[in-house]
Write a protein that binds this ligand. Structure first.
Ligand code: NAP
Ligand code: F7E
Length: 339
């Protein structure tokens, strides 16, 4: 009998890649989607004949119990979240309800309906925040810097607590930033690659960014969903850092992305006055807008994937250069419209 998986957040970036991954492995895939005024299946529109979408919301435990009953899932992947860090300051309560209490809701649904099911929690490198150690590993103390990270820290610890309290097979993947051609357009990588594509198609509006000195450990989402699955195939449940072990500034991502489309940049000015200038034409292509600064910033993330590589046999395949190249090529091919 084929295994069955339930994915919360199935319409998001990771949910869609994980669905494809599990379908290839022969799983029956169920996903929870919240009701919208206009029906929109997001990143899984192309999979609707292969997956089952169930109506539900992380804030409504009854809908999660129902989803567990219908799917009889052997593996539950909790990917649903208000995942945009910047919005967590404008919607801190909602972020807490979904990203913190929502985790207890799905854990309770699993415990009530099928306690032997295996559980994956989408934890995040944002929990390291004001980093206490470089690189960050499973044992590094947490120091969250946003309502998002605070909520995710609750989700992380309730997963550990339910594992220890009820002997559940429950794991957290502490995933560092992972991006893709399906990344939401407000995240910095996709914002950049879509703007580069617009520039390629003739739009001369400069790209406006916040803190370009922030450093992130960026991988490709396709590699990271494999790690989620591997976490649930081990003899004993445990928590793992999933990262590339390399870190780059936002500025480096910008340079690479523009170069990929044939634009070379030089930088002039500092802080709020910094500008990325086209070396051939002298035009301003990138500038700083303090609107995108955050009340508290995570300046540096660099993960240590040693435990995952040694115990799970996981290794990222897509390099930083390939990630940028894939995203830019995709957005150029889309012929993105001017916004
Ligand atoms: P994403 O693209 O923003 O997807 C989030 C998903 O959650 C969407 O399907 C969204 O549905 C759903 N959702 C939001 N609120 C919900 C609610 N109340 N009830 C049910 N579903 C809800 O995020 P992602 O990049 O795929 O990330 C997946 C998970 O990993 C998230 O938990 C994120 O916090 C975490 N994470 C991401 C990264 C990363 O770099 N991508 C790194 C570490 C951890 P709608 O379509 O209705 O909005
Ligand atoms: O910001 C800086 C910004 O919004 C990255 C989520 O998936 O990864 C993601 O969170 C950096 C920050 O992602 C702009 O200040 C500069 O330092 O792309 P981001 P994030 O905050 O790292 C973690 C691991 C998650 O768990 C989250 O769910 O880029 N930055 N200028 C900007 N960021 C944005 N969005 N827009 C700018 O204009």
């Amino acid at each position: 009998m084929a295994k069955s998986a339930l994915i919360t957040g199935i319409t998001g970036q990771d949910g869609s890649y994980l669905s494809e991954f599990l379908l290839k492995k022969g799983y029956r895939v169920f996903g929870i989607m919240r009701r919208k005024s206009e029906l929109n299946y997001g990143n899984v529109s192309h999979l609707l004949d292969k997956i089952t979408i169930l109506d539900g919301d992380m804030c409504d435990v009854n809908s999660l119990i129902q989803a567990m009953k219908i799917s009889q899932a052997d593996e539950v992947y909790n990917l649903a979240a208000q995942s945009f860090v910047a919005s967590s300051w404008s919607q801190p309560v909602f972020t807490g309800q979904v990203d913190a209490i929502g985790v207890t809701n799905i854990l309770d649904a699993l415990r009530i309906v099928k306690p032997e099911a295996r559980f994956y929690q989408a934890s995040t490198s944002e929990m390291f925040g004001l980093v206490q150690e470089i690189p960050q590993r499973e044992t590094t103390p947490f120091y969250p810097r946003s309502p998002y990270a605070v909520a995710k820290l609750y989700g992380h610890w309730i997963t550990v607590n339910y594992r220890e309290s009820y002997d559940l097979y429950a794991c957290s993947g502490i995933l560092f930033n992972h991006e893709s051609e399906r990344r939401g357009q407000e995240f910095v990588t996709r914002k950049i690659t879509m703007h580069v594509a617009r520039a390629y198609h003739g739009d001369k509006t400069p790209l406006r960014l916040g803190n370009m000195s922030a450093k992130r450990d960026w991988g490709h989402a396709e590699d990271y969903v494999e790690a989620m699955w591997l976490l649930l195939q081990q003899e004993t449940p445990d928590d793992y850092v999933i990262a590339t072990g390399e870190t780059r500034t936002v500025r480096e991502f910008v340079e690479k992305a523009y170069a990929q489309a044939g634009f070379n940049l030089r930088w002039e000015g500092e802080g709020i006055n910094e500008k990325g200038i086209n070396t051939d034409t002298g035009e301003i292509m990138v500038c700083v807008d303090e609107k995108f600064f955050r009340p508290a910033e995570v300046e540096l993330l660099l993960g240590c994937p040693e435990k995952a590589e040694a115990k799970l046999g996981w290794k990222r395949k897509v390099s930083f250069d390939e990630l940028v190249s894939r995203m830019v090529k995709h957005d150029i091919a889309q012929g993105v419209a001017k916004t």
